[in-house]
Design a protein around this ligand. Structure first.
Ligand SMILES: [Zn+2]
Length: 444
């Protein structure tokens, strides 16, 4: 049995959906023999796009996305929902969509228009358990509306809400993109130049200033570069309440992929980076500078990614990742000696649950929800999109040989996945009310 604090040989007793005992061996109505297996907490992915918007239903909606999640050992997903006039309307749409969820779920509410009415909604949303918002610094009018964003972050801090931030500087990205188009450099191979690491670094520095000024707790999503990590380290060293997430793409792939004919299949924002960035991200995951790995799960069919004539900035960003998140981090991180298994559990389950205020999740502990993965550390599989549960027709890691896969996934004590079969029904997932983020910095 693995927790962020250590590994031990122990029985885990479950009753009425909760963990009620660790370490004793009372008889139970139903028993799972986990000999030779690792018993892990269900993973908590703070970054997915499963909810619809008025203009878009994602290929992996809640049902398809959480089938992949459950098969991959992810038992709680946090999806983005978008402001629709009011923030509450976006959440209500998310709640309707999530009626088909197989995994437990929560939301980050993306604020696209930080007007007075939206800001005034925050206290009641926080009281109702929707204790997180997201802002895009890469939005065209971010700088222009900075006064509104400052008020938004102050209100979020006062309400105890975590602020997820997409940190890329709009001006740098817009200028680089326009320059490349002017030179006729429209191909995906130029995508990394359009969103340089300096754009991430500049945005993180600016966001750290905002965090200092407003006391907001800031969660930086999908950090991809050594430069971004440098800015994050400085913000943490100042004692600010800031957290960093990275994403599997940046752990396993480099920009060379964008030289290939089907380069667009790997397009996400920010782009893939250099080998030295990949190494820096592994170091930061190990040291605690980075707090979590989230997928940004948002796949699009091969034909949509590879549509002829799409310029680098028109490729729909995002890939499928929920089913491979845990197995790949185990295989490439733990087995290869880059991460301890305890650290893996921390970044995939314990820290995300703590940071997002998802109480009862992310740790095998008495009183917590019995979200448990019985993980076979010796099972080797080759990743094939045809065997994955996402609705997508390709996988960004197609052909990778991965050792270590979930054998059984329990959601609140119910068997949601076993022996390759999804057993949970659509609608088995429940909303997790988010408590205020505890805010304690975990690093430095
Ligand atoms: Zn995202």
């Amino acid at each position: 049995m693995v927790t962020a604090g250590g590994t031990s040989r122990a029985d885990v007793g479950v009753q009425d959906g909760r963990i009620v005992a660790i370490g004793d061996a009372r008889r139970a109505e139903r028993e799972f023999d986990a000999t030779g297996m690792l018993v892990l907490p269900g993973c908590v992915d703070l970054h997915t796009h499963l909810a619809s918007t008025p203009t878009n239903t994602p290929l992996d909606d809640f049902e398809h996305g959480t089938r992949a999640a459950i098969a991959g050992g992810v038992t709680t997903v946090c999806s983005m929902v978008y402001q629709e006039g009011t923030l509450r309307a976006g959440i209500e749409r998310g709640l309707r969509d999530a009626q088909r969820s197989l995994a437990d779920f929560a939301f980050h509410t993306v604020v696209t228009d930080p007007n007075d009415a939206a800001i005034a909604e925050l206290p009641s949303l926080a009281r109702d358990g929707y204790s997180g918002i997201k802002v895009f610094m890469v939005a065209p009018r971010f700088d222009e509306r900075i006064t509104d964003y400052v008020r938004l972050l102050r209100a979020a801090a006062a309400a105890g809400m975590l602020v997820a931030v997409h940190a890329e500087d709009h001006a740098i990205v817009a200028r680089a993109t326009a320059d490349l188009h002017a030179e006729g450099h429209d191909a995906v191979r130029y995508f990394p130049e359009s969103r340089p690491a300096e754009a991430e670094e500049a945005a993180i520095r600016a966001a750290a200033q905002l965090a200092a000024k407003t006391s907001a707790a800031v969660y930086f999503v999908h950090l991809s570069s050594r430069a971004a990590l440098g800015a994050l380290a400085q913000a943490k060293a100042r004692g600010l309440r800031v957290y960093g997430e990275t994403r599997p793409l940046y752990l396993y792939l480099t920009r060379e992929r964008f030289e290939e004919p089907d380069a667009a299949l790997w397009v996400g924002q920010p782009p893939l980076r250099e080998r030295e960035d990949v190494d820096a991200i592994w170091d930061a995951l190990r040291s605690g500078l980075l707090d979590t790995v989230g997928t940004d799960h948002y796949p699009h069919r091969r034909a949509a990614k590879l549509a002829p004539g799409l310029a680098f900035d028109r490729v729909p960003p995002g890939v499928a990742n929920l089913e491979t998140l845990l197995p790949m981090l185990y295989s490439e991180g733990v087995r290869s000696g880059r991460l301890t298994v305890e650290r893996m559990v921390d970044v995939l389950a314990t820290s995300p649950a703590r940071i997002a205020g998802l109480r009862g999740k992310g740790e095998i502990a008495v009183g917590n929800d019995a979200d448990i993965v019985i993980f076979d550390p010796e099972r080797t599989r080759t990743i094939r999109a045809s065997e994955m549960h996402s609705a997508c027709d390709y996988d960004p890691f197609e052909g990778w040989e991965v050792t270590g896969w979930p054998a059984v996934t329990l959601l609140r004590g119910e068997v949601a996945y076993a022996k390759g079969e999804i057993l949970a029904r659509p609608g088995a997932g429940r909303l997790v009310a988010r408590a205020p983020s505890d805010g304690a910095p975990s690093y430095g």
